[in-house]
Write a protein that binds this ligand. Structure first.
Ligand SMILES: [Zn+2]
Ligand SMILES: [Zn+2]
Length: 374
């Protein structure tokens, strides 16, 4: 009997351990809810491997993406910069895509063919994704290469326009060539976030010229090391709001500028998709007055990875917070709202300090609240 109990205890311990482990893996996954009418697709469309100047084989990029619960990736090797060429013969510029696509086949992970057109300014570096054949992009003329990418049905974007190797002041500025590419419909997006940098100037360019807001890792080493993922960090990704969970659905979302960048616990996007996203992340799940008092316990569930930093904009004040409120990710947070008298409904207004809809502009959200009957 004692032996049986010991066995059962051990079995139970293993089970608990396994569950704990699962929970740990789960926390790494990047998680965002869908918004009305659209699927939220988590995408990283700027990635390097040994096929240009990265440090790993493409299958490692697929394993990283699976761990991060990314929905779609593209290996975007430099077409014109091949530092490993002496070691890795690379006559076919589609190989990185092919190896990655093969590695991703057993999984629910979309891989689209892409390449980084690598030029000095102008136009600097640009990615062309959803291309058919990277070899056909080996074209010297910087405008012609965009024309060929577009003939292949590509979505194109300007990479790291704030890169200090090409812009010493780190300020993104449109050149006449960029204006021409935009006017001709050959350039569709711009990186507002690249790796560990954010460019408010690039965001303004996106808003002024109807370009898609992009956020990418541009990873060369390992994402775990670059973004301290074991310590709770995350890689930058573009959230694309797609009608369908397919490559075509994502491309349609990109072409129609339905994106939000997720970077360093900050959301960057146009209000028309940013506000529905924040709204989908936050749900009031419980309301209860503290006895006969006019202090309302308000429990908000946050269904996302964002640790929201909110600044109170309404006349109500809080019993246990200043005007700054933190809503923890993937769990519930209870606020104590002083409503002056017991009411049946109210609404709270906050400025979302870690969301950006234009340079130095943080959107306001309104949370309508019905007091549940006890
Ligand atoms: Zn680049
Ligand atoms: Zn790059």
């Amino acid at each position: 009997m004692r032996k049986l109990l010991t066995f059962l205890f051990l079995l139970l311990s293993c089970f608990t351990f396994a569950q704990h482990n699962n929970h740990h893996v789960h926390q790494r996954a990047i998680e965002f809810p869908d918004i009305p009418s659209y699927h939220t697709m988590i995408c990283d469309f700027h990635i390097h491997t040994v096929f240009s100047d990265g440090s790993v084989w493409p299958n490692i990029r697929i394993q990283e993406a699976l761990r991060d619960s990314v929905d779609a990736v593209s290996m975007t090797e430099h077409l014109e910069y091949q530092p490993h060429r002496a070691d890795i013969a690379h006559p076919d510029r589609n190989r990185s895509y092919e190896v990655a696509e093969q590695a991703a086949r057993p999984y629910d992970l979309i891989v689209v063919n892409g390449a980084e057109i690598t030029r000095s300014l102008p136009p600097g570096h640009s990615n062309a994704i959803f291309i058919k054949d990277a070899n056909k992009l080996m074209i010297e003329d910087s405008v012609e290469v965009f024309r060929e990418a577009n003939r292949q049905g590509a979505f194109t974007f300007w990479n790291h326009p704030n890169w200090i190797a090409q812009q010493r002041d780190g300020i993104a500025k449109l050149t006449p060539m960029h204006r021409y590419l935009i006017k001709e419909g050959l350039l569709h997006g711009i990186e507002v976030i690249n790796d560990v940098t954010y460019s408010g100037e690039a965001l303004q360019i996106a808003l002024d010229h109807d370009l898609t807001i992009m956020a990418t890792s541009d990873i060369h080493g390992l994402v775990d090391w670059q973004y301290n993922i074991p310590e709770g960090g995350h890689r930058p990704v573009t959230l694309v709001f797609a009608k369908e969970k397919t490559a075509d659905g994502i491309k349609e979302g990109l072409m129609n500028r339905r994106t939000v960048g997720w970077f360093n616990n900050t959301l960057v996007g146009r209000e028309d998709v940013l506000l529905p996203l924040i709204d989908a992340c936050l749900t009031v799940v419980k309301t209860q007055y503290q006895g006969i008092s006019a202090v309302l316990d308000l429990t908000i569930e946050n269904n996302s990875d964002v640790e929201f930093i909110l600044a109170n904009q309404s006349d109500y004040s809080f019993h246990a917070n200043t005007d700054i409120v933190i809503i923890h990710p993937n769990t519930t947070t209870t606020l104590q709202v002083k409503t002056l008298e017991q009411v049946k409904d109210l609404s709270l207004k906050f400025k979302v300090l870690n969301a950006v809809s234009a340079p130095k502009t943080h959107p306001d959200i309104v949370i309508p609240i019905q007091i549940f009957d006890e």
